[in-house]
Design a protein around this ligand. Structure first.
Ligand code: TRP
Length: 458
């Protein structure tokens, strides 16, 4: 095995560049749309605690595993598992499963990202007084309009991915991530000047443990995998562009903490914003059941309303900034979802990057157009590929690494960039997590879900 990248598949230019690119992949709709919605849906702070537990106990060890597999093999997920198992077809299934999850998750991801783009225009049109046009563009149920923005977003994603690793992906995220943080901070400071925000804060930090159930734990686990971009080989692929000087453990820790931090910040904006919207007359909870009215569209139902109520130039500017921010975060994530199938086609089928990106982008775009007209598919895709698919992928990665490739070999790979890793406390703890604790937790959650599903069928 070569110790330096000999096949010119490109590497990250700098240490920070990689961390930002991986953080860019992690931070996206999952943080700003998914996390706050799940928090509101699952009783507030109690969900946050379980979510943090899932990130630290399952997510972080799996992230280290994915990055190590990627850097060791310098391959896409399918090629990586083939290489480490001497071509065992069962191992490559893990890779193929990842490619499939990537395509399917991206196909609804671009629809929601398309909404984000649409609302940039909606805010401007509303401000200029073109209310009926604003309404059309902001109508989440308008299929043709959804399809248009979905395809637009897919094209943006393809354009960045055709630029390759350091020119395209690294350069884009390096500038976008810091801007994102600043804008988020400004919006949070602003929202707390409005009526109702404090009520939201209360829900956000006071746990109600009566809401905890098997379903909630699965949601938290699925959300952790989704938000950290784990379970389908996205970080195997990003790890394959890592150079040998980088400390994988440290990088993974930064990315995990950064991702959790942005989610918590986004919740601090969106949850109070929901209550601000409520204070001004928008119904967000069903008064009888106490449940959220609609989950998939929540952020897009509530926030534009809030920006309109703020009104005037300020309201418009806040809205436009917010949706640009969300769109950019989504873009740095969608490129990592697309990079998995694209790198697979480049490596295993010897297709040029440009052709591969347009080919896969075309397929995903087509499915995305169908989803644009049939929004109910989003919930179905989330259930299959996100809530079950990603933890399942994570489970297979743990088992493969822990029992076939062996944690000892992974630790040897980690020594590049972290010389004393095998003497450190990290080594035995991580090995125990990868071999026993993380797979056991994932398996328990998956079994309880399948059990519930069967009960529902009987
Ligand atoms: N993590 C991204 C988000 O929070 C979504 C994402 C990007 C993803 N790449 C991934 C999810 C790979 C799972 C696997 O929006």
């Amino acid at each position: 095995m070569a110790t330096t990248p000999t096949n010119n598949r490109g590497t990250w230019n700098s240490k920070l560049g990689f961390i930002l690119a991986a953080a860019g992949s992690a931070v996206g709709l999952g943080n700003i749309w998914g996390f706050p919605t799940q928090v509101a849906d699952n009783g507030g702070a109690a969900f946050i605690l379980i979510y943090l537990f899932c990130c630290l106990v399952v997510g972080f060890p799996v992230m280290v595993a994915e990055l190590t597999i990627g850097r060791r093999t310098q391959k896409n997920p399918v090629g990586a598992f083939k290489a480490l198992s001497n071509g065992n077809p069962f191992a490559s299934i893990i890779g193929y499963w990842g490619v499939l999850c990537g395509v399917m998750i991206l196909s609804f991801y671009i629809v929601i990202s398309g909404w984000t783009l649409a609302f940039v225009f909606e805010e401007i049109l509303f401000f200029l007084g073109y209310e009926s046009m604003a309404q059309t563009i902001g109508d989440l149920g308008n299929g043709p309009k959804n399809a248009l923005f979905t395809v637009g977003f897919m094209i943006l994603t393809v354009l960045i991915v055709t630029g390759g690793v350091s020119q395209g992906i690294e350069r884009a995220t390096k500038t976008l991530m810091p801007v994102l943080l600043v804008i988020l901070a400004i919006l949070i400071a602003y929202i707390f000047t409005l009526d109702g925000a404090m009520e939201g804060l209360q829900m956000y930090i006071m746990p109600d443990f009566s809401t905890i159930s098997g379903g909630l734990v699965l949601s938290a686990l699925g959300q952790a995998f989704f938000s950290l971009s784990l379970g389908m080989g996205a970080l195997i692929t990003y790890g394959s562009y890592l150079n040998k000087k980088q400390n994988i453990v440290e990088s993974a820790a930064y990315v995990t903490i950064f991702d959790i931090g942005i989610a918590v910040l986004a919740g601090l904006l969106v949850i109070p914003a929901m209550f601000v919207a409520q204070a001004s007359g928008v119904q967000i909870f069903n008064p009888e059941t106490g449940a959220l009215f609609s989950s998939v569209t929540l952020v897009f139902d509530v926030l534009p309303e809030m920006f309109h109520n703020v009104g005037g130039l300020i309201g418009m500017l806040l809205g436009v900034t917010f949706f640009i921010l969300l769109g950019l975060a989504a873009l740095t994530s969608s490129i990592s979802l697309l990079e998995v199938p694209v790198s697979y086609v480049i490596d295993e089928h010897k297709v040029r990057r440009k052709k591969a990106a347009w080919l896969i982008g075309g397929i995903v775009g087509l499915i995305g157009v169908i989803v644009s007209f049939e929004l109910a598919l989003i919930d179905i895709f989330v259930a299959i590929f996100n809530e079950i698919g990603l933890p399942l992928g994570g489970l297979m990665i743990c088992i493969f690494l822990g029992y076939f490739w062996k944690t000892e070999n992974a630790l040897i790979e980690m020594e590049d960039g972290y010389e004393n890793v095998r003497q450190s406390k990290f080594a035995p703890i991580w090995s125990i997590f990868i071999r026993y604790i993380s797979p056991l937790l994932i398996a328990l959650v998956l079994i309880s879900v399948i059990w519930d599903l069967l009960q529902g069928l009987l």
